[in-house]
Design a binder for this molecule. Structure first.
Ligand SMILES: [Zn+2]
Length: 351
């Protein structure tokens, strides 16, 4: 470590004082952060210590320990899921070919508009389709609670004469009656994606979020059904401003985990209860999850395992597979290395 780096890192506490006991359980990682290491000078070693329990080799080498850890991690998840409500749904033809149905959600936990990018017309939000008092068929079509396809002059949201599909509702509750002829109920490919302005819009090669997002959409388009839950938690939950500061710390020699800790944020501030709630609303109870992160599987299943991950589908970076279009940069190599070495991601670079 050079003198300049030493000075910068010395002046900041290594462990976030903002991580309190109350934060335990909101993310799969931050329960590791409650040890106080701030007395030591050897920062690199401390950060290794903090994350020692997430090493992927120990997870795969002993299934008994793995099970204990999973139970322990599950126990730390929040008891209550946010209440979500789908506000509107619309068909979006895409530049990539497949049509998607974009669902916009409100919730009772934060002020953000989280989204579900749905492949398949017959994946239906329970909260969107629930019949509301005194509403008209055109109200229902305008908010997207229709079956089949809209066309000029269509009058009835619940019946599409071009496909002869009809939705039925419980007379008392107004709930959609789930019939496999009109509503999808099978295991479904799912990706939980956290917003990344830099990677998705500003062409950043510091991370592979844009590539992973595109690849998830491509796979779902091929399968015909799928859902990308798009959570508005930029920069592993710390926000764009703090993420930009973390990038500067990375340019000064820190890795992605160290940079967050130096800014007094947990290594990963994200939570996935919102995703669980959205998947439940869409009736996607059995999912094939596209991820390399074993903690995400536990997190999305939730404390009571209302969602079941029946399969994990790995996301191998395209550049590692020698395919076109992958993110290539020295920064993304370091970013992926930190995910594997410090965050327990199940990813190995082919030789
Ligand atoms: Zn990113």
């Amino acid at each position: 470590m050079t003198e300049e780096q030493d000075d910068i890192f010395e002046s900041m506490p290594i462990i976030s004082p903002t991580v309190s006991n109350n934060d335990v359980g909101t993310t799969p990682h931050n329960h590791n952060l409650n040890h106080n290491h701030s007395h030591s000078h050897d920062h690199g070693t401390n950060i290794e210590d903090i994350n020692h329990s997430d090493s992927s080799s120990s997870i795969t080498s002993n299934s008994e320990i793995q099970n204990l850890k999973i139970e322990e991690k599950r126990r730390l998840l929040p008891d209550i899921l946010p209440k979500v409500q789908c506000i509107a749904r619309a068909r979006i033809p895409t530049t990539q070919g497949p049509e998607i149905f974009l669902h916009l959600y409100s919730n009772d936990m934060d002020k953000k508009e989280h989204l579900a990018i749905v492949f398949g017309e017959d994946i239906r939000s329970r909260s969107l389709y629930k019949f509301r008092k005194d509403e008209t068929q055109s109200d229902r079509m305008i908010r997207g609670a229709y079956v089949g396809k809209l066309y000029p002059g269509r009058k009835n949201a619940d019946f599409d004469k071009s496909t002869n599909m009809k939705l039925e509702f419980d007379k008392e509750s107004g709930d959609l009656i789930i019939d496999s002829k009109t509503t999808w109920c099978n295991p479904t490919l799912v990706r939980i994606h956290s917003e990344c302005y830099t990677g998705e819009t500003a062409w950043s090669a510091r991370c592979d979020c844009g590539e992973q997002f595109d690849e998830a959409g491509r796979l779902m388009g091929l399968q015909g059904h799928g859902c990308i839950v798009y959570l508005r938690q930029e920069g592993r939950g710390i926000g764009l401003g703090e993420k930009l500061k973390a990038y500067n710390l990375q340019d000064l020699g820190a890795d992605t985990v160290q940079a967050n800790l130096l800014l007094r944020h947990p290594a990963d501030k994200r939570s996935f209860g919102m995703a669980t709630a959205i998947l439940l609303d869409l009736g996607l109870l059995e999912i094939k999850l596209l991820t390399n992160n074993p903690d995400k599987i536990i997190a999305v299943e939730g404390k009571n395992r209302l969602i079941k991950v029946t399969e994990r589908v790995p996301m191998v970076p395209l550049a590692w597979k020698g395919e076109e279009g992958g993110v290539k940069s020295t920064e993304v190599e370091g970013y992926l290395r930190t995910k594997v070495e410090k965050m327990g991601h199940l990813l190995s670079k082919p030789i």
